[in-house]
Design a binder for this molecule. Sequence first.
Ligand code: BES
Ligand code: MN
Ligand code: MN
Length: 469
Amino acid sequence: MQNFKTMAHTEIRTYLNAHKDRFLHELLDLLKIPSISAKPEHKSDMEKTAEAVKNRLIEAGADHVEICHTKGYPVVYGEKIIDPLKPTVVVYGHYDVQPADPIDLWNSPPFEPVIKKTDIHPEGAVFARGACDDKGQMYMHVKAFEIMMKTNTLPCNVKFMIEGEEEVGSPSLGPWIVENKEKLKGDIILISDTSMIANDIPSIDTGLRGLAYMEVEVTGPNRDLHSGVYGGAVANPINILCKMIASCHDENNHITIPGFYDNVQELSQEERAEMAKAPFDLVAFKKDLKVEEELGEKGFSTNERTGIRPTLDVNGIWGGYTGDGAKTVLPSKAFAKISMRLVPNQSSKEISELFKQHFESIAPKSVKVKVNAHHGGEPVVVPITSEGFIAASNAMEETYGKKPVPTRSGGSIPIVALFKKELGMDSILFGFGLDSDALHSPNEHFGLFNYYKGIETIPLFYHHFSTKA
Ligand code: BES
Ligand code: MN
Ligand code: MN
């Protein structure tokens, strides 16, 4: 280990330093393709991006690189098997990105990456949709692999599985992994698609929340009506929908759906005390978001509210007249998209069903309600005692000079639970981005420090993971 540290680590750093500019420009090229999986008009951009990822993997030294077609967008696969008796790391990432809108709020066009300094990223950050989520973080793995190949320091086998539908719930990847169990055989899944606390406070996520995503339609009268002629005499579906939504939380911000908390795993006082050790700056949190006060479930801290507690949020609500000026109308219909973040041991299917029953039951007779479920996903926890977690922790400790803090992420990566269920593998959530990098928001960015630090740290994970076995 001493040997690896002094020799290979130095070699890795030297190679990284010599190729920094190219590594950055290759990422910028990838960010120029608008691979928005949610919008059908970007189909050819999706294919172009898959092709680019394939070529970058080949150049980095991967074998059997292929574009694997699915019912949806393809999965890019590649591997390097140096010795079947050695451990195998399976890298997962996604090349699709979220839509860029609202475009007006971007300071530079979302698919014309630029590098700018910020308070948090004094050495500069790449601004573009997908910079952090997940092209930048995914590409760190391709470059770390290139370094290990070129410096002859790859200590184990590696398989890449880069998908194009994560941002729309990975509908094709689930079936694809089931069909390719043999091909994907490995010891650990390695994913960089989450965040760390801060650039001087490394952390590793030990869990992800699940998701149940619903859409509701409330219908009042059979057509839009004059709000003067009819107003006050029939149900306004928007008024009703707002009441129904408001009633889903009580005065303590507990969710009121019967049975919602039944399977929620409660943490012990010791576990909560352990969690509370993770540094968190509430003042900075409020300042960043420009809010006077945080808000959430009574009896829990902000980190607990996002990490170990389930939530219910309206993602969008519409109906009636929303154009310029005023139109006096009593709408016939109202709609909302409502999502619930889930924690162990809630089940996405069960919670969707409970929501549906509840929402239908609280609707007054004056309206009709339709409830449909969109995609969902199950929560996961990663044991911090596992060899993979320890290898990741050791790797970060070497490059950051501090032991990473275990944290719980509030976000979801639905496929991770399926990796465990279908492939029997745990995942390591080796995220190098920051929550403040504006993922899914205008002006998404990824720090250059984070990009290069990730590339430097990943080979150390491979080293620690393969020497344990
Ligand atoms: N990379 C994110 C998830 C994430 C971000 C986890 C930050 C932890 C910290 C992923 O791309 C994502 O956005 N997931 C979606 C779910 C998906 C079904 C659309 C999410 O969490 O909303
Ligand atoms: Mn992501
Ligand atoms: Mn995302």
